[in-house]
Ligand binder design. Structure first.
Ligand code: FE
Length: 496
């Protein structure tokens, strides 16, 4: 079976746009917590840029000097950048989860991590310890007046948006039970049904021999208005999904799970997942209408997807754009993520899948071959036909490498624009912020954190989304670095 991969290895290795040492330096813990107006600014912050960028990601890569095994096991830390009247303010806070407080007090690792972090003491100390550490490190959203830090395998943590203080776990008036999963990848439907009101759509995965996918919908007041479970055959490792006005779409990556090394204390649960290159990816389509119980499944080529860009309906078809990998890079217990050989791995690439729900067929095509991740777009285009997509990308057009650039793709004309921070800068997820009152889909700004290895500090970079070739409109130099993060969101409110 042919896989997703289309990139052909160059016969000569192109000169690298980065050094491993400069990339590695972005994976250091940030132990301090800051609160200050940013004064070191190149360029000018657009005065119309008003609101708050919240970001989440591992803030600690060690517990009192004991290294964690993978950044996904790092305790969550919120960064908040407030834009108001042409000025910007930064603050960050570690999320005081129960496990964070316990480990900080003990000064050592007390919990196993899903991605291979083990307690000191070897196999004997780790075997048969199945406690989950809800590290709240993957995403942060502001919805229905609540600021929530999300981690896909457990309940959200609620934070005070003004002080970033941790208030406890959130259960939406008892809709979630203690510890119940709530994915870190909700989608924001800008206009639900006849009401035209915004909705948050999210899911949870309960793995097993068969998998339960539960869909949640929350109204704009933050109340859960529907929660409906669906059973699908087989084990599933699903990080993200896509929505349209009528459907939720999941990619069930071809993987198997052997829990034994986890049970025996030899590996983290995430390290027991094995990619199956000869099995198909199963595309699962579930209606957003809770009364429609039927689950449609359409098979396509083997591959691995963490993130979807968007989906939309077109006649009998549902179109899904996703970042696909040839396989899941497996984490070895003895390996150090800082020593990863980028050249030995295949890049993530953007593919389009046209699903015909009547004929149960899939057509797919490569939209963007450059190594990319963290797709983002205009918030009003979620679930709708759209034209512009923004992503973190490698500097070079060929091969696999760390993200050093922001890439804009015009899906209509095929035109692409790249803004690169290479060789010393390393990019993260870009966020599109629409210009107030604008009509054009790309009238707005791209805001993202870029780690600058020369100064070991991070910059908040603002680009004109219409024209990357203008270069950065502003670079806001923080006083410190922010470790490479995962996801975040921009909201128009300010919380100073
Ligand atoms: Fe993600």
């Amino acid at each position: 079976m042919q896989s997703f991969q289309l990139y052909e290895r160059a016969s000569t290795v192109p000169e690298k746009s980065y050094t491993r040492a400069s990339w590695q330096a972005g994976y250091q813990s940030l132990k301090e917590e800051f609160d200050y107006w940013i004064s070191d600014i190149e360029g000018e912050i657009p005065p119309e840029l008003h609101g708050t960028l919240f970001r989440n990601g591992p803030g600690l890569l060690d517990i009192n000097g004991q290294h964690i095994h993978h950044p996904f096991d790092g305790d969550g830390m919120i960064s908040r950048v407030t834009f108001i009247d042409g000025r910007a303010h930064f603050s960050n806070r570690h999320i005081r989860t129960t496990a964070y407080l316990e480990e900080q007090k003990a000064g050592k690792i007390l919990y196993r991590g899903v991605f291979g972090t083990q307690k000191p003491g070897g196999v004997l100390a780790n075997a048969f310890d199945f406690r989950l550490k809800n590290i709240a490190n993957t995403n942060v959203i502001y919805w229905g007046g609540k600021l929530l830090a999300l981690w896909e395998a457990a309940d959200p943590h609620r934070l005070d948006p003004y002080t970033l203080e941790t208030l406890g776990t959130e259960h939406f008036n008892g809709v979630l039970s203690e510890g119940e999963a709530f994915s870190a990848h909700p989608r924001f439907d800008p206009s639900y049904g006849d009401s035209g009101m915004p909705r948050l759509v999210n899911f949870s995965i309960k793995p097993g021999l068969s998998t339960t996918i539960t869909i949640f919908e929350l109204n704009d007041k933050g109340e859960v208005v529907s929660k409906h479970p669906h059973s699908v055959p087989g084990f599933a490792f699903i990080h993200d999904f896509a929505i349209t006005p009528n459907y939720c779409i999941f990619f069930q990556n071809p993987v198997t799970f052997n829990p034994l090394p986890f049970v025996l204390g030899m590996r983290g649960a995430g390290e027991c997942i094995k990619f199956q290159p000869h099995q198909p990816t199963r595309i699962i389509i579930i209606s957003r209408n809770p009364k429609q119980k039927e689950v449609q499944i359409i098979e396509t080529q083997s591959g691995f997807v963490f993130h979807h860009a968007n989906a939309f309906e077109m006649g009998d078809e549902v179109v899904v754009d996703s970042i696909c990998y040839e396989s899941l890079p497996e984490v070895e217990p003895e390996s150090d993520f800082r020593e990863v050989d980028f050249d030995a791995l295949q890049p993530g690439q953007l593919w389009r899948f046209n699903l015909n729900l009547q004929q149960k067929t899939v057509q797919r095509k490569l939209l963007e071959s450059q190594c990319c991740e963290f797709p983002t777009m205009h918030p009003q285009k979620v679930g709708r036909p759209y034209r512009y997509l923004y992503m973190g990308a490698a500097h070079a057009s060929l091969g696999n490498a760390p993200l050093q650039a922001f890439l804009k793709v015009d899906l209509e004309s095929g035109k692409r624009q790249l803004w690169s921070a290479a060789p010393h800068g390393f990019a993260s997820e870009p966020i599109f912020v629409p210009c107030p009152g604008s009509e054009r889909e790309d009238d707005g700004w791209i805001v993202g954190l870029v780690y600058n290895s020369t100064h070991h500090r991070s910059d908040v970079v603002i680009l004109d989304a219409k024209d990357f070739e203008r270069g950065a409109i502003a670079k806001l130099h923080l006083k410190h670095h922010v470790p490479y993060g995962l996801h975040g969101n921009f909201v128009s409110e300010c919380f100073l």
